[in-house]
Every structure is written in structure tokens, then in C-alpha cells.
Design a protein around this ligand. Structure first.
Ligand SMILES: [Zn+2]
Length: 426
């Protein structure tokens, strides 16, 4: 089972100055920044996926600038992602249409020809047909019964597009088309999958899985597997249950894409730092220590302007919290001293953000508990990855892109090692 990382130009500045919180001198964004596969000796994934929704185009703004989107199409995804080195030149590059970006529209904004052109220009190795997301999931609906609203229409659009897509991608060299599956029940998804197989697809991409629970995904996969050939390959699009991948081995999945190890580093309320356990098939998760930039944080800035908080007090608490953490990391500050310095800053900004006193008390108690757990176990010290070795405790501090994304890189590396163990016994 291959782990395909869904990229959104996730890079860090290799020369970032953590003490001054400043980018390296003369840094050119993108050109001087590095991808996860440039940070580590071995790439922490088996392939990369670029979604058209992330690239963006004239009708929709994506993460790419107009110049970057143009360069992707001119030079190809491999050049753009810097996967053109001897070690990485065979890493597969997947593409999808980014169906979430047009879920509200009546019909997808891309024709099969238009997507084929996008994949051909970008010299993708694999690309999904143009699907239209169906959000409903009702296991009790049998065969093609029970479709509501425009579910059947979306089902048919997805199937028709796949039929056309297969024809128009035939002439693209070194390209494998994936037929996209959408449905509102395990049965309708299984029928969609079997139809795609009959059209001539031998690799299918299962969409619409993001909001589903692990049990619902299993129901869908079991139904699909029941109706298709064992040799037909399956890819799960946007697999949000990536940590539970070990439970899915019976469905003979060839690949899945996810971005969750990276995203959770800065989007998850608690599980920001992945840590390997000495045994067992699970990971441990730690909460990062939030030290937001006092000068950069909107609610803190506003509170200072309104005189609710003293700017000087804020800046000195921020400075003390950071220096306490750094001293703690090298054994020059006691645990209790460090926790109390960090909590001074936590109290200042939670006081500003909390709506009621009881909400404030609650958040302070839980924050302190998480900080104590994170600093007691000091999981970054046990990690041997390049990020943790290079920047030490900075990796666990929730503050600015360069720390948060590096923590995401560490998570990718930890996750990738984890699945090698769980799936392949390595
Ligand atoms: Zn690490």
C-alpha cells in the first residue's frame, strides 16, 4: 500500500533564524525553500499528489500563484516538485480534479478533455477522471435505489466523464488513468466501480470518503471489492483515517493519499506532534506549546491597542517563555520553572481570547495539563529525524510557519516509518 502525500507547496526555509524569528537573508520564496523530500535523506512518502483545486486557475484561486501554476504546466510536475533527482526520478506523481473545490456547482467546471490536457502538460504519471462529489452515505440503500436530490445525476456525470476520459487520455505517454467512483451507498459505489472496470479501467479512485467514519469506509470498500476483480487496483482519495491504515489491509488497497500528518501539526486542537511508541501498532500524539508571535497575533494586537493588556508585559512574557523553553531543552532550567514561565504568557493571551471567566479557567487548566505532559515526555528528544536533530525544542513550539510546517515534516517522517512497520513489518 503506497502513501501518496497530497502537496500544497508545503515548504520551509532551510536557513530560518529561530532566535530572531526571521527568514534567511535574501531568501527567495519557493526557490530557496525546501520540500519534505529535500529535508530528509529518504522521502517520507511513496508518491505525491497535486490536486487541481490546490493549483487553482482563472475561475478559482488556489495555493499556487499564477506564475507557479503556469510553470507547473510548462515544465511539468516533476520539475516543479523537484522530484527530478536521480533518487526521486521514479517517484509516481498523481493528479486529481479537486472535486471539493466545485462541490457546490451543478456540474464540474472541467471537461474530460480539459483535465486530460492538464495532466498531459504537467506530465503526471496517474490522474483521476472528472468526478462530482456525492456526500450522502446510506448503507441501507440497495443497488441503485434510494438516491435523493441530485445524487443520481452526480453519479451519472461521474460515470460519463470517466468513459470519455479513458478515450482522451489514451494518447498521453506514460500515463495511467484512474476511474473515479462516487456513490451514496456501498452498493451504488460498487456498481460504479464495476461499470468503470467494464469500461476498461484497471485502477479506480474512491472519492467522497473524507467525511466518512472508518466503519463506513470499510462497508464501502467491502461492497466494492465484492463486485470487482481482485486484480483491479484501488486508490482512496483524501484518506483522513490515515493513522488507522492498518485496519484496511484486507481490502487490498494499492494506494491512498492524505495530508493529515502534516496538517495536524498546526490544525489539530491536540494531536500536533506524532511520536513513535516503543512497541505496538499505535502512535502517541502530543500537543504543541503555543507561543504565538505577540506582534503578529490579531487578538493580542487589538487588546494592546485597546489598552486591555500592556504591550511591554506581553513582549516580555513572550520572550521569557521562549527562553525558558530553550534553557529547559539544554538542561539549564527546571521543569517547574519552565512550566510557570510558559503559563504566564498563556494566561495573558487566553485572558484576551476567553469570553467568560469559567471558559478562561477551563482553558488554562487544560493547557497546563497538556504542557506538563509534552515537557515531561519531551518526545522531540527521542526522535532521530533531521528536523528534531536540527532544531530541538523549536519543533514543539506552535509558532509561525517554519516551526509548524517542520513539525508537519517530522509527522510525515514518523507516520511513514510507522506504516512501514505496520504494513510491511519493516
Ligand atoms: Zn522528529
Amino acid at each position: 500500500m503506497k502513501f501518496i502525500f497530497a502537496d500544497a507547496i508545503d515548504q520551509v526555509d532551510p536557513g530560518y533564524d529561530f532566535v530572531r524569528d526571521q527568514p534567511s537573508k535574501g531568501r527567495r520564496p519557493y526557490w530557496d525553500d525546501i520540500y519534505p523530500h529535500e529535508m530528509f535523506k529518504n522521502a517520507p512518502y511513496d508518491g505525491v499528489l497535486i490536486s487541481r483545486g490546490i493549483v487553482g486557475d482563472a475561475r478559482r484561486v488556489g495555493t499556487y500563484s499564477a506564475a507557479q501554476a503556469m510553470r507547473l504546466r510548462r515544465e511539468g510536475a516533476r520539475e516543479f516538485l523537484r522530484l527530478n533527482t536521480p533518487a526521486l526520478k521514479n517517484m509516481p506523481i498523481f493528479g486529481d480534479c479537486g472535486a471539493f473545490s466545485y462541490v457546490q456547482e451543478k456540474v464540474p467546471p472541467y471537461s474530460p478533455e480539459n483535465m486530460a490536457e492538464f495532466y498531459a502538460d504537467g506530465r503526471f504519471n496517474y490522474g483521476c477522471s472528472v468526478d462530482h462529489i456525492i456526500f450522502g452515505f446510506r448503507p441501507e440503500d440497495k443497488e441503485l435505489d434510494g438516491a435523493i436530490d441530485d445524487e443520481l445525476e452526480r453519479f451519472e456525470i461521474t460515470q460519463e466523464n470517466a468513459r470519455e476520459f479513458l478515450k482522451v487520455t489514451k494518447s498521453i505517454p506514460n500515463f495511467t488513468p484512474l476511474g473515479a467512483v462516487q456513490g451514496w451507498s456501498p452498493d451504488s459505489m460498487a456498481i460504479a466501480a464495476r461499470n468503470l472496470e467494464k469500461m476498461g479501467y484497471d485502477y479506480l479512485a474512491i472519492g467522497g470518503m473524507v467525511p466518512l467514519s472508518a466503519d463506513q469506509i470499510k462497508l464501502a470498500l467491502a461492497a466494492i471489492r465484492n463486485r470487482i476483480k481482485p486484480s483491479t487496483k484501488l486508490h482512496i482519495l483524501g484518506f483522513a483515517k490515515a493513522e488507522q491504515i492498518g485496519e484496511f489491509t484486507e481490502f487490498n488497497i494499492t494506494s491512498f493519499d492524505s495530508t493529515s500528518p502534516l496538517i495536524r501539526a498546526f490544525k489539530d486542537a491536540k494531536a500536533n506532534f506524532y511520536s513513535k511508541r516503543s512497541s505496538g501498532s499505535k502512535l502517541d500524539y502530543y500537543t504543541a506549546v503555543r507561543i504565538p508571535l505577540a506582534t503578529d497575533n490579531t487578538s493580542l494586537k487589538n487588546a494592546a491597542k485597546e489598552g486591555k493588556i500592556s504591550q511591554d508585559e506581553l513582549l516580555s512574557a513572550e520572550k521569557n517563555a521562549l527562553s525558558a523553553l530553550r534553557s529547559f531543552d539544554v538542561g539549564n532550567r527546571s521543569f517547574e520553572d519552565t512550566v510557570s514561565s510558559v503559563m504566564v504568557y498563556q494566561r495573558l493571551f487566553h485572558r484576551v481570547k476567553s469570553k467568560t471567566d469559567s471558559a478562561y479557567q477551563k482553558i488554562i487548566a487544560s493547557t497546563e495539563e497538556q504542557i506538563r505532559r509534552t515537557l515531561t515526555d519531551a518526545p522531540w528528544k527521542k526522535c532521530k529525524c533531521e528536523v528534531c536533530k536540527q532544531i530541538g525544542i523549536e519543533v514543539i513550539i506552535f509558532r509561525s510557519n517554519n516551526r509548524n510546517k517542520r513539525r508537519g515534516f517530522h509527522n510525515l517522517q514518523t507516520y511513514y516509518e510507522h506504516i512501514q512497520r505496520v504494513l510491511h513489518g519493516k
